[in-house]
Design a protein around this ligand. Sequence first.
Ligand SMILES: *Cc1c(COP(=O)(O)O)cnc(C)c1O
Length: 458
Amino acid sequence: MKLPYAEPYRIKMVEPIRQSTKEERENWISEAHYNLFNLESDKVFIDLLTDSGTGAMSDRQWGALMTGDESYAGSRSFQELYQSVNKITGYRYLLPTHQGRAAENVLFSVLVKDGDIVPGNSHFDTTKGHIEFRKAHAIDCTIDEAFDTELIHPFKGNIDLVKLEKVYQTYPKEKIPFCLITITCNTSGGQPVSLENIKAVRDLSNKYGIPVYFDSARFAENAYFIKQREDGQQNRTIKEICKEIFSYGDGMTMSSKKDGLVNIGGFIALNNEEIFRKASNFTIIYEGFITYGGLSGRDMAALAVGLDEATEFGYLESRISQVEYLGNQLIEMGIPVQRPIGGHAVFVDALKFLPNVKREEFPAQTLAVEIYKEAGIRGVEIGAILADRDPETRENRYPKTEFVRLAIPRRTYTNNHMDYIAAALKNVFDRRNEISSGYKISWESEIMRHFTVKLDKA
Ligand SMILES: *Cc1c(COP(=O)(O)O)cnc(C)c1O
């Protein structure tokens, strides 16, 4: 008999989680104004709100925490982190920050100005926030295939070179501080970008004299997909692939809460000395001295180890096959999901799941609330609420897709939890025709409204 797959780790510590009744959950979600971000965590049984900072650290990481060096300047833990980042990315300069958006804030303070254009593949929400906050514009150049959820394409995160070149031809070089490649592309469903595409973006950008940066939160997952799916990559290690990816960029911002395998942290790594100097000043103003950037020494020590573990094949295989395990169950049940299944999450296609709910009543949010009420599972809306209003016209923006993202924390839940999640979705799917009305906004903030929005039944 062929031996089945089993995870390359065992569990040393457990954390109890609490079940609740449907009635309790109906009250709680109404008190939370139908915004899942407003729920206290003990009111959630399985938390798939995000894979950001929610994973489990290894014994090696917990060991590293105890040997962290808390010196304000020149910490040994910074050196460990520098070595780890340099080994994986090849970049010369490192600035730690307290998380990924802080890295964006520091780097964009140097590079992005009023009226600038930043092309890329479906910019992440905080990234877009930091661009628009500076009165600059993010232009989405993702390939069209990414928006057809049923179409199978190995690299749905890819940048459309024709769209990108059009941006380069339309705007003067001085207005385009860089092209931003997000690996994997979170917003389009945790979809990878191919090495070939990254290289082509680099070549095209060189032709127009535009730098290339990576938003690299899930770079290791992206490298895993390259190894699995791209011709000629099968025999390379994840670390070799990562090194090549980063060689095509001028630098990166990182949310260490994803493929850093830690609960907090971020960083900027880059090659240009002048940008590093300028960014250092912003780091000191916003984050802290340049050898800690808002992190404690032990955070950096655990991150140094986490980056090494995240770029090992065995870890990535267990992580990504668990997400696939859940996704495949949903596909077998006939539930519409973004395909192929992404690296960190299953994206449920709410427009197909709930065709009776009007776009103005937020189908993905409606579905996320139903899944919570059904089973205490917390996912997140990636739809019109997240897409926010146009900064100039203040009109609601309706993206091409409406997803409920079920993000799987790293090394945290078992496949029994995946089975439970699949069963819950099946129950909601079976009664989908009874769900015909959604929600309306009763209060929203000016920017990034999804975190704090209040909703009423429509
Ligand atoms: C999470 C994330 C960020 C922001 O990082 P935080 O650590 O949450 O501040 C930026 N870009 C991408 C692609 C992300 O997934």
